[in-house]
Design a protein around this ligand. Structure first.
Ligand code: UDX
Length: 438
């Protein structure tokens, strides 16, 4: 099929490259000319494992093109995929203005009947608005239908997720439009859920809110574990074996970040409010997450007293491993809290340093390696569980640091190895890290 992707961000690029890989003829359109020029050279502007190779391969095969030219992008297309960002407004609702602009520009350039697929995360009812926007701009002779197909890929494993997803949700008003999108995905061999448009829109928000709830739930369980002398890692493993619960998203730590969970939970809360539903569980989920990085800071205050003028190594800056994305990263929040306490913060991340520098400027020292960050430090804070960080020899902490105290915000080091190396280790909710109070 001839497919155009509108918006060459995370979702758009990965979707475009994967559709091209499955044999479709794909054009990725974006208004950012610098980004498009970079992509035309085969260089993705984001770090995502396997993406560069997939883009290079499909450019060479002649199936993947990049353009800033509307006329070229929308001429004779079977499917147009909307993957434009819907960032959060001050009140928590998504900002649809970029999407509206992209749809307006697209609609007047459509030259044949086609289906427009919305991958951007949008509140229920938005696809009907998109349909209205298109119909007020397109040529009246053309038949254009809008289908909702929310995206569930995770950063860091986006390509794997696209080819091995748990489901593809297709919300369509007509059977024909839904069938066309199912046909586009036929070589992905991922189970398809067919539904109406508003339910598809809700599936995305409800899924992300539920996953965020699992994380905040286990973080609260971790706090109780510490006080009763239980180990949250063992509790989560035991819970996860129950198929009704499942083992995923039960990893306690300094909380969730990224471009989706914080934004989508706020948006769903806003959606609920608009229809006079108080979403109390979601409020608690967000509140727990907002204060979760404080858990590590409180441990630091308790164990070290003041942090003023002490060197603190902050290991990991990305919101999770496998990405250079620092949006809503708990690590950045932690960096700011440490700076606020007067610590001399030395940061290290294998790929997110450049992005972090844009956010943290010269308020921290950027280290060339983990060792450099740890040298003479009085405390180490683990904020992202990169393999480089989890595999770093524990004996080096003792050799490099002034005082080997590790505050592990991702519970990613092994207790037995810690004990062998005689380190002071403060994870979240693990047995032995504080004395139980009952
Ligand atoms: C998420 C959804 O998983 C994905 O389906 C959706 O399309 C986009 O949002 P992503 O933001 O890429 O994906 O990351 P994810 O792997 O879900 O992790 C989100 C955050 O939760 C990270 O900060 C991660 O560290 C944290 N997390 C995740 C935990 O703290 N504990 C867990 O058990 C799992």
């Amino acid at each position: 099929m001839k497919v155009t992707i509108t918006g060459a961000g995370y979702v758009g690029l990965v979707t475009g490259a994967c559709l091209a890989e499955r044999g479709h003829e794909v054009v990725c359109f974006d208004i950012d000319s610098e980004k498009i020029e970079q992509l035309q050279r085969g260089e993705p502007p984001i770090y995502e494992p396997g993406l560069k190779e997939l883009i290079e391969k499909n450019i060479k095969a002649g199936r993947l093109h990049f353009t800033t030219n509307c006329k070229e992008a929308y001429r004779q297309r079977d499917v147009i995929v909307l993957a434009v960002g819907t960032p959060e407004k001050e009140d928590g609702s998504p900002n649809l203005s970029y999407l509206k602009k992209a749809v307006d520009d697209m609609a007047c350039h459509i030259t044949q009947n086609c289906v427009v697929v919305t991958k951007s995360t949008v509140p229920p009812g938005t696809n009907e608005k998109i349909s209205y926007w298109i119909h007020s701009k397109k040529s009246p002779a053309l038949n254009v239908e809008v289908v909702s197909c929310p995206e569930f890929l995770r950063e860091g494993s986006a390509i794997y997720d696209t080819f091995h997803g748990d489901r593809i949700v297709i919300g369509a008003a007509s059977k024909e439009a839904g069938d066309l999108i199912q046909e586009m995905y036929k070589d992905f061999h991922v189970p398809v859920v067919r539904t109406d448009i508003r339910s598809a829109e809700m599936i995305k928000y409800a899924s992300n809110a539920f996953l965020a709830a699992k994380i905040s739930f286990i973080n609260e369980i971790a706090a109780i574990c510490e006080r009763v002398g239980a180990d949250v890692e063992e509790v989560a493993a035991g819970m996860g074996l129950d198929k009704r619960i499942g083992p995923q998203f039960l990893k306690a730590g300094i909380g969730y970040g990224g471009s989706c969970f914080p934004k989508d939970t706020k948006a769903l809360h806003h959606i609920a409010e608009k229809v006079s539903c108080r979403f109390e569980i979601l409020e608690a989920v967000m509140n727990v997450n907002d204060s979760q990085s404080e858990v590590l800071m409180n441990k630091a205050r308790t164990h070290m007293g003041s942090l003023r003028n002490k060197k603190a190594a902050l290991l990991g800056l990305a919101f999770k491993p496998g990405t250079d994305d620092i949006r809503e990263s708990q690590a950045i929040k932690l960096a700011k809290a440490l700076i606020h306490e007067g610590a001399n913060v030395h940061v290290y991340d294998p790929v997110a340093m450049e992005n972090a520098e844009k956010e943290l400027g010269n308020s921290v020292v950027y280290s060339g390696s983990m060792g450099e960050a740890l040298l003479d430090a009085e405390a180490a804070f683990i904020a992202t569980d990169w393999e480089e960080i989890t595999e770093f020899p524990l004996s080096n902490y003792k050799l490099l640091m002034k005082k080997p105290i590790i505050f592990d915000g991702r519970n990613c080091l092994q207790m037995e190895k810690i004990q062998k190396n005689d380190l002071t280790y403060l994870p979240i909710g693990r047995r032995g890290c504080i004395s139980p109070i009952i």
